[in-house]
Write a protein that binds this ligand. Structure first.
Ligand code: GDP
Ligand code: GDP
Length: 436
């Protein structure tokens, strides 16, 4: 399901990361081993009352002058505007209303998006006298919270969820939504042009008036696809880290809305750190992924070149060894359509359901081949498993003791399920429940 996106905007030190960590804390702990973005805590998935959404912390680097604060906040606001369904504007209740807050409020209002105002650091039930100043921002009723003490967060999350657009997360079943992600110059536009042929429309988004992303539907061999394109802020930033951060945020916004992410890399360069970050996001978000190695024409080939390249990719993307890779040359029109076939297959795998009967006989065989772990004389028992979700496939295991389910055994079961049923190109997720 494509999830609504909430962007947290605010001056440094108002408590954005504290808020972020409280809301998604547990989730971050679970995904700690995913490289890249989660470590920076730019992005995480959160859930409130059964509604899941993506939370983006747009916070930047510590500023050293007032001017830089403002220019950074402007960029934050632009990123938020481009990516978010709801903007959470956080201010500091201890410090009271500042001129910078007013300026940002103006910018946010112009975006036309739903903006929710949270006044953080209200640690006591008694509101500070100057709390009412925040009404002047014209963003509606400010919500008092204390991120540090986890006060008021429930009310705030209620308000956020209420503001999600109608139908957020609802999708057309037959269409495969594809996001093409990768560093500049790897050949993304060339590939998109190839897919769309003459249909390519050049759209120049006018700030504040167009949607951030331009989705282009097309058909091939009777199958329907939508290309998700992140147009966006091409603004130059003084700080390199900023550029990378924002391009990653843009990519995240596209990934959130896609079914399958085409991670495009340059055959001459291999996988870079940024590619890993993006792959990590797609993995964590449970999206399908196809690694597209472009410019294969530039590589001198020997017998094992492709096989070795595949091995290198697997070594770099160890957390997603399930991703297929396709080697193409857009320039020479080589195997370009294989990419779409792979994307379609991955989308189908992501939506695949296996029967409880088949699943359990596979699990029984797996536990006979490799005994479950034991600790202090107590052995892990798996009573039964069921697939409880798709996109990505989600499996629930009823077991005797969660502490006995070691990571390595879960990994073993995952491998067995993959061997038995496929699921190429999609992450699969497990929940373990103790029999009560
Ligand atoms: P960010 O720069 O906006 O991400 O802010 P941080 O989350 O890093 O917080 C900045 C400072 O404010 C830290 O010292 C936090 O401990 C503190 N802080 C965050 N939330 C609260 C709160 O609810 N009450 C109080 N008193 N301090 C807070
Ligand atoms: P983007 O920045 O990722 O959208 O990349 P572009 O599609 O603009 O391509 C960047 C450059 O790479 C252009 O000069 C393309 O002609 C070139 N290019 C794209 N695909 C290939 C390919 O398969 N082989 C070679 N040799 N060059 C390519």
């Amino acid at each position: 399901m494509s999830k609504p996106i909430v962007a947290v905007v605010g001056r440094p030190n108002v408590g954005k990361s504290t808020f972020f960590n409280k809301v998604v804390g547990e989730r971050i702990a679970i995904v700690e081993d995913t490289p890249g973005v989660t470590r920076d805590r730019i992005y995480a998935e959160a859930e409130w009352c059964g509604v899941s959404f993506a939370l983006i912390d747009t916070g930047g680097i510590e500023p050293d002058s007032k001017d830089i604060i403002l220019s950074q906040m402007r960029e934050q606001a632009e990123v938020a505007m481009a990516a978010a369904d709801v903007i959470l504007f956080m201010v500091d209740g201890k410090e009271g209303l500042t001129a910078a807050d007013r300026e940002v409020a103006m910018m946010l209002m112009k975006t036309g998006k739903n903006v929710i105002l949270a006044v953080n650091k209200v640690d006591k039930a008694q509101l500070p006298d100057d709390f009412y100043d925040f009404y002047e921002l014209g963003l509606g009723e400010p919500i008092a919270i204390s991120s540090a003490n986890m006060l008021g967060l429930g009310d705030l999350l209620d308000r956020i969820v209420e503001n999600f657009p109608e139908g957020a997360g609802v999708e057309d079943e037959d269409v495969v939504k594809i996001a093409v992600i990768g560093k500049p110059n790897v050949g993304k536009s060339s590939l998109i042009n190839e897919f769309l042929g003459e249909k390519r429309v050049i759209v120049s988004p006018i700030a504040g008036t167009t949607r951030d992303s331009i989705d282009t539907p097309f058909e091939r061999d009777g199958e329907k696809y939508v290309l998700i394109d992140t147009a966006g802020i091409r603004r130059k930033s003084k700080v390199n880290e900023d550029i990378e951060r924002y391009s990653v945020i843009r990519a995240i916004a596209a990934i959130e809305r896609c079914d399958v992410c085409l991670l495009m890399i340059d055959a001459g360069e291999g996988i870079t750190e940024q590619d890993k970050k993006i792959a990590g996001v797609a993995h964590e978000a449970g999206k399908g992924i196809v690694v597209v190695v472009n410019k294969w024409d530039t590589i001198e080939k020997e017998t094992n070149t492709m096989r070795n390249f595949r091995k290198d990719i697997a070594a770099e993307l160890t957390f997603m060894s399930y991703a297929p890779s396709v080697f193409i040359s857009v320039l020479e029109h080589q195997r370009v359509w294989e990419v779409l076939k792979a994307a379609k297959a991955v989308a189908e795998n992501r939506a695949m359901r296996v029967s409880t009967g088949q699943l359990n006989s596979l699990i029984v065989d797996a536990t006979m081949m490799k005994q479950p772990p034991a600790d202090k004389g107590k052995r892990l028992k798996i009573y039964y498993a069921t697939q409880i979700g798709i996109k990505p496939p989600l499996f629930s295991f009823k077991i005797n003791d969660r502490d006995l389910m070691h990571f390595s055994y879960a990994r073993y079961l995952e491998n067995k399920i993959r061997e038995g049923f496929g699921f190429e190109g999609t992450s699969i997720k497990f929940v373990f429940r103790e029999k009560g």
